[in-house]
Write a protein that binds this ligand. Structure first.
Ligand SMILES: [Zn+2]
Length: 207
């Protein structure tokens, strides 16, 4: 079916004749010392882990999935997330039962594609003892950010994340790309305000 609507090329490197080539699969492999701890500029107050740099085939796959509707890349990215989650459980950073809460995505981008890709990756990862609850929602901008200082912009973004569903027990926030850490920070803050224990953040990539 997908062949009818999508050109058959690797979502990581563009190689023809495959949706996800062995080289790109290898580049997403989670090694024994991964995921790594990262320190985003804005500190959410819980450990932040990343599966790798936002570069190369990892970056291309995330963009293709999010921006170009390549839902066939959910699977390969979920394999990496599952490996990362399993590693964090093995290390004792996380415990089961665990609820995976996808970081909120901008509404417009997600709705256009008929679903949130980060949630799709989380659900496809399906690690035993974990459940996925899309508990966070990001509101559209309600205020024009033109003319605001960086601090005011930060504050503007901060008010946009809402808890829309109750979660209990230990929570891991899953994000696709952590850059400044603003979304991660705000996700953790609103969950903690709602009485949720956030154990860590796992990012598919960090920039
Ligand atoms: Zn490739």
């Amino acid at each position: 079916m997908l062949d009818l609507v999508l050109p058959l090329e690797c979502g990581g490197c563009g190689a023809p004749g495959t949706r996800w080539c062995p080289a790109c699969a290898a580049s997403l492999e989670v090694h024994t010392d991964e995921p790594i701890v990262i320190s985003p500029r804005l500190d959410p107050g819980v450990p932040v882990f990343s599966l790798g740099r936002y570069a190369g085939s990892r970056r291309a796959a995330i963009i293709a999935m999010k921006e170009h509707g390549r839902t066939d890349l959910v699977g390969p990215l979920a394999v990496a997330v599952a490996a990362g989650l399993t590693r964090l459980l093995t290390w004792g950073v996380l415990e089961t039962p665990l609820t995976v809460v996808p970081a909120p995505t901008r509404r417009s981008a997600a709705r256009r594609r008929g679903g949130d890709p980060v949630t799709a990756v989380a659900e496809a990862a399906a690690v035993p003892g974990t459940a996925v609850v899309a508990a966070l929602r990001m509101r559209a901008f309600t205020r024009d950010s033109v003319g605001l200082s960086p601090g005011q912009r930060q504050h503007n973004i901060a008010g946009r994340v809402r808890v829309r569903e109750r979660v209990s027990g230990e929570v891991l926030v899953l994000d696709d790309v952590v850059t400044t850490g603003a979304t991660a920070c705000e996700s953790v803050r609103v969950l903690q305000t709602a009485g949720v224990h956030v154990a860590a953040i796992l990012a598919v990539a960090h920039a």
